[in-house]
Design a protein around this ligand. Structure first.
Ligand code: GLU
Length: 506
C-alpha cells in the first residue's frame, strides 16, 4: 500500500531554535512538498526541567517569518493531535504498560545514590543485561516487594529491556546502513513515575508511529539514538512500519573544527538564531537573522546549501525550485561549514532580485525614522541606483543619505585631492550651464556637460570629481547625473552654490 509521505519537525522548547534546527525543518519541508506530503510540527516537551517560556511561540514565529507553513501543528491542529507531548501523557502510559506486560521493559527502583555506588564499584558500569540482575528492579524483587514499594509511594522508572548480542540495523538515507550490536546499548529509562511522563525516546517513537510518520529527518546528533529507537519499534511490534531515517550532517564552525555554537556567532558577528531572542532569565539578547536584515528567502536558499547541493553551478533557488531539486542523494555525510560571507552574498542577491517597489517599501520606515518624507516613487528611484552596493536594507541609508539631505560638511581628504585652485571657477560655469537646462534628465545633463567639458578642453575627471564633492559631500555614490536627476535642478544648483562659497577659500 502506498502511504502519503508524512514528516515531522520535533523541537524541544528549551530555548531559541538554533539555525541548524531551522535547516532540519527546511529539509523536512522540501522533502514533504516534493512528495506531495505533509509537514508536521510536534512539540517535544516531556522534559519539564528544561522547559523555557516563550520558546514554543518563538518556533511558531520563525516559521511564519520564513513562510514555511505546517500542515499540522499545535496551533493548527490536525487528525493526529494533540501535537504537544505534554498533552499526550495517557497515550504513552498505555504503551508503557504494553511493554511491561510483554516483558520488553521492567520497573526499576534504584536511587541516584545506588546507581552512583554501582558506577564506583563496577568499571564502565552500564545498566544492561550484564548488570540488571544485580540492581533493584522488577526482575530481582518479588512481586510482593514491588507492590509494597509502589504502595509506599516510592518513585520508580521503567527501563527498556535490551537483549544482548542482537543485530540492530539502521538504514539511513544519507549514511547508508549502520549495523550495531545490541550489547553496546544500555537499558534506557523510558518512563518516570515521578512526573508520569515518558522520556524523549519512547515519546518520540510512539508519536512517530501514531502520527504515521514515514520519514524521520533530523540532525546527526540523534544518530546514536537511532538503534534504540529501532529496538523500541521492534518491542512495540511496529517493526514493519518503521519510518525511514535521514540524519543530516552537522553545521560546523566557519573554521570547520567542531559544531557551530552561539559563541561562534558572538565571536564572528553573525546570528545563530533565526529571530532575536531575549533570555527570560538573564535578559541577555541574542541577535537574529530577521532583525539583522536578512530576507527570509535568502536565509532559506543559504540554509538549503548547508549540507546539500544540486550538482550544478546554480546557486539561486526559489523555494519552489528547491522543492523540485532536493534529494537525499545529494546531501553530504560530512559536516557543513558555516560561511557568513556566503549568507551575506545570498542576501545581496535577493535584494538585487527584489522589485524596486518592494525594496522601497522596506526602505520607507528607515526614511521615516530619519525624518525624511518622500514618496514611494522617489524612494524607488533611489534604491534602484544604490541597491547594488548593499547587502542589507539597513545599509541603504548610508549609501543614499545624500539624495535626501544636502551635505553640510565635506570630506577633508576628498577636498584636499579634488578641490583645486581652478575648481570654484569651473563650478560656477557648470552651475550656470545647468541653470540653463530645460531638460534636466540624466541623459540630457550628461550630454550637455560633456560637450561643455570638451569645448572648453577641461579635464573630465577633475570637473566630475569636484562636482561630486559639491553634491554628495564625499567621493562616493552612483553615477553623478543619476544623482542630480533625482534631486532635481534647484537642489543641484543650491548645493553647487553652497560648496563654492564654503570651499572656495580653501
Ligand atoms: N526533540 C528532539 C529535538 O529537540 C527531536 C529529535 C528528532 O527529530 O527525533 O531535536
Amino acid at each position: 500500500m502506498h502511504h502519503k509521505t508524512r514528516v515531522r519537525f520535533a523541537p524541544s522548547p528549551t530555548g531559541p531554535l538554533h539555525i541548524g534546527g531551522v535547516r532540519t525543518a527546511l529539509y523536512n519541508y522540501l522533502f514533504a512538498k516534493q512528495q506531495g506530503g505533509d509537514f508536521i510540527l510536534r512539540i517535544e516537551d516531556t522534559d519539564s526541567t528544561r522547559f523555557v517560556p516563550g520558546a514554543e511561540e518563538y518556533i511558531r514565529e520563525t516559521f511564519d517569518w520564513l513562510n514555511l507553513p505546517f500542515d499540522e501543528s499545535p496551533a493548527k491542529g490536525g487528525d493526529y493531535g494533540p501535537y504537544k507531548q505534554s498533552q499526550r501523557k495517557e497515550i504513552y502510559k498505555k504503551y508503557v504498560h504494553n511493554l511491561l506486560d510483554e516483558d520488553a521493559a521492567y520497573i526499576a527502583f534504584d536511587t541516584p545514590e545506588e546507581l552512583e555506588a554501582k558506577r564506583a564499584e563496577i568499571p564502565n558500569f552500564q545498566y544492561d543485561a550484564s548488570t540488571r540482575d544485580k540492581m533493584r528492579n522488577s526482575l530481582t524483587l518479588t512481586e510482593e516487594e514491588m507492590q509494597a514499594l509502589i504502595k509506599e509511594g516510592i518513585q520508580y522508572v521503567v527501563r527498556i529491556k535490551i537483549d544482548p548480542d542482537r543485530e540492530i540495523i539502521v538504514d539511513d538515507m544519507i549514511r547508508g546502513r549502520v549495523v550495531v550490536n545490541s550489547s553496546v546499548l544500555d537499558d534506557k529509562v523510558i518512563y518516570k513515575s515521578a512526573d508520569e511522563l515518558p522520556t524523549y525516546h519512547l515519546a518520540n517513537v510512539v508519536d512517530d508511529h501514531l502520527m504515521e510518520i514515514t520519514h524521520v529527518i533530523r540532525g546527526e546528533e540523534w544518530l546514536p539514538s537511532a538503534p534504540l529507537h529501532v529496538w523500541l519499534y521492534r518491542s512495540l511490534g511496529w517493526e514493519k512500519h518503521m519510518p525511514q531515517f535521514a540524519h543530516l550532517p552537522l553545521l560546523l564552525k566557519p573554521e570547520g573544527n567542531g559544531k557551530l555554537s552561539k559563541r561562534d556567532g558572538d565571536r564572528l558577528g553573525f546570528p545563530v538564531f533565526p529571530l532575536q531572542w531575549t533570555d527570560p532569565k538573564t535578559d541577555e539578547v541574542s541577535s537574529g537573522y530577521r532583525e539583522s536584515g536578512y530576507l527570509p528567502e535568502a536565509v532559506i536558499n543559504f540554509l538549503a546549501f548547508l549540507g546539500w547541493n544540486p550538482g550544478t553551478e546554480q546557486e539561486i533557488f526559489s523555494l519552489n525550485e528547491l522543492v523540485q531539486a532536493f534529494s537525499f542523494d545529494r546531501c553530504s555525510k560530512s559536516g557543513a561549514k558555516f560561511d557568513v560571507e556566503k549568507a551575506k552574498w545570498y542576501n545581496h542577491q535577493y535584494i538585487l532580485r527584489m522589485s524596486d517597489h518592494d525594496l522601497a517599501e522596506l526602505f520607507m520606515p528607515v526614511l521615516q525614522e530619519k525624518g525624511i518624507s518622500v514618496s514611494v516613487e522617489q524612494a524607488e528611484k533611489v534604491v534602484s541606483l544604490v541597491k547594488e552596493r548593499v547587502h542589507f536594507i539597513s545599509e541603504l541609508w548610508d549609501q543614499s543619505c545624500f539624495f535626501f539631505v544636502a551635505p553640510t560638511t565635506y570630506d577633508e581628504k576628498t577636498v584636499q585631492k579634488r578641490w583645486k585652485q581652478e575648481t570654484p571657477e569651473q563650478m560656477k560655469q557648470l552651475s550656470a550651464l545647468m541653470a540653463g537646462m530645460d531638460d534636466f534628465s540624466a541623459e540630457n545633463q550628461e550630454k550637455t556637460v560633456m560637450d561643455w567639458i570638451q569645448q572648453n578642453q577641461l579635464h573630465t575627471g577633475n570637473v566630475m570629481n569636484a562636482f561630486r564633492l559639491a553634491i554628495v559631500g564625499a567621493g562616493k555614490g552612483p553615477h553623478m547625473f543619476d544623482i542630480t536627476g533625482v534631486i532635481g535642478k534647484e537642489e543641484t544648483l543650491r548645493r553647487l552654490e553652497r560648496a563654492i562659497s564654503i570651499l572656495q577659500l580653501h
